[in-house]
Design a protein around this ligand. Structure first.
Ligand SMILES: Nc1nc2c(ncn2[C@@H]2O[C@H](COP(=O)(O)OP(=O)(O)OP(=O)(O)O)[C@@H](O)[C@H]2O)c(=O)[nH]1
Ligand SMILES: [Mg+2]
Length: 260
């Protein structure tokens, strides 16, 4: 893949506006200001492909980019307090509906700021991705802001702070220095290749074979997903989670099912 050939496709403010999915998609998720848009720019070596701002809440729509037969989705950030309830509802609806849809999401890159423990919203998001058995990898951003020693300390800390950390691919990156970008590009290439092979093998096109985010062998799967979305929306909208103590509900999943 020639990553520089990426092109901006379109922005959508409402999930209902998004056209059907006809190719695998990679989504970039994370709280406002964590560095989603910067990561996209660095990944594709294009300075202004995605709009970046020091002010949180810059990306307010789902923005799609296309490279060959793959699409990339820059999602609005969550956890930004200074927007109206109406806007928060729209953003969380967009993110929740997108992730819960039957689109062919090849992988979600879930971004966390490497300098800090995950926020309650981040943990809800990870819990949601796990409970939906959505394929995802955690990307730790802004590693350039830490010394080597601090990076090692934070990496060790994340092992305890992220549920299922031992089963999740965790990739430290810097959109300043470009560190870690090659690893992400390789993952994208490998998964795109895999999707293409699967698509070629299948008789029906990808569109008719949505990779529904339904836990296999789990009864009441859709109830669980709805519950996860509801929790996620509530946490984004109300900040309620910040007042809740500690642990997330845990659920066993088979190794390798939801992550790389
Ligand atoms: N030093 C450093 N700064 C970064 C890095 N990634 C992003 N930033 C800065 O962090 C700020 C937010 O970056 P964005 O890419 O706009 O963040 P976002 O996640 O897209 O934010 P929203 O669109 O608000 O959800 C900007 O000032 C970036 O320059 C990084 O790897 N290193
Ligand atoms: Mg952004």
């Amino acid at each position: 893949m020639n990553f520089q050939n990426v092109q901006f496709e379109a922005s959508y403010g409402l999930f209902s506006q998004i056209p059907p999915c006809e190719m695998p998609e990679f989504a970039f998720s994370g709280r406002s200001n964590v560095g989603k848009s910067s990561l996209i720019n660095k990944l594709f070596n294009r300075k202004q492909l995605a709009r970046v701002s020091a002010m949180p809440g810059k990306t307010t729509t789902i923005n799609f980019f296309r490279l060959d037969n793959v699409r990339f989705a820059d999602l609005p950030g969550y956890g930004y307090a200074k927007v109206s309830k109406k806007e928060k509802d729209r953003w969380s609806g967009l993110i929740g509906d997108y992730l819960a849809s039957d689109r062919d999401i090849a992988l979600v890159f879930q971004l966390l700021d490497m300098r800090h423990p995950p926020t309650k919203d981040d943990l809800t998001m990870i819990d949601y991705l796990v409970s939906c058995e959505m394929p995802f990898a955690v990307v730790l951003t802004k590693m350039d802001k830490l010394s080597g020693k601090e990076q090692r300390e934070r990496l060790a800390a994340f092992q305890k702070e992220i549920p299922y950390a031992d089963q999740i691919t965790i990739l430290p990156v810097s959109s300043e220095t470009g560190e870690g970008m090659e690893a992400i590009r390789q993952i994208i290439e490998e998964l795109s290749q895999r999707e293409e092979e699967q698509g070629a093998e299948a008789e029906a096109p990808l569109l008719e074979q949505p990779q529904a985010a339904v836990p296999s062998g789990t009864e009441n799967a859709s109830d669980e997903i709805e519950e996860a979305i509801r929790r996620f929306r509530e946490s984004v909208q109300s900040g309620e989670l910040d007042r809740q103590p500690g642990k997330l509900p845990t659920r066993q999943r088979k190794k390798g099912e939801t992550c790389l």
